[in-house]
Design a protein around this ligand. Structure first.
Ligand code: ZN
Length: 137
């Protein structure tokens, strides 16, 4: 609200013909406005990050073997336990019929959900980067 009076002051300076003084004050107000917008953008980003963390803490479950994400009435997953515990990323496991496999870290889970080969490919070859699809906007 203080800025309102400062902008009014700029207007009055222009009316009085004090252009340089008005221009200087206007530049100062613009600089403050840009700083405020930048700070607002950072704060919005932080709020979104906190909302995402809160959402995960409320909707991510661990069944003893894998992570699952509950979105509405849908249970999504399973997600790789190794990737989530190491990086905090949710990588959906690919089911090839015999086992579930993580294309990101190479960990394989057998039908009993026991880990067969944890990150074996990671040591031999660079990890394939999986595409992370946002679950909501
Ligand atoms: Zn993984």
């Amino acid at each position: 609200m203080l800025n309102y009076y400062r902008y009014k002051e700029v207007y009055e300076l222009f009316l009085k013909g004090k252009y340089e003084e008005a221009k200087h004050l206007l530049m100062e107000l613009q600089s403050r406005y840009i700083e405020t917008c930048d700070e607002n953008s950072v704060l919005k980003s932080q709020i979104q990050e906190f909302e995402d963390i809160l959402y995960l803490s409320k909707n991510l479950i661990f069944d003893g073997s894998h992570y699952w994400l509950i979105t509405g009435n849908i249970k999504q997953g399973p997600f790789c336990t190794t990737c989530y515990n190491r990086d905090g990323t949710l990588i959906r496991l690919h089911d090839n019929g015999d086992a579930k496999r993580c294309y990101h870290c190479g960990t394989e889970y057998d039908r009993d959900n026991a880990i067969q080969n944890e990150g074996v490919e990671k040591a031999a070859t660079p990890p394939r980067l999986a595409k992370v699809i946002p679950l909501y906007k």
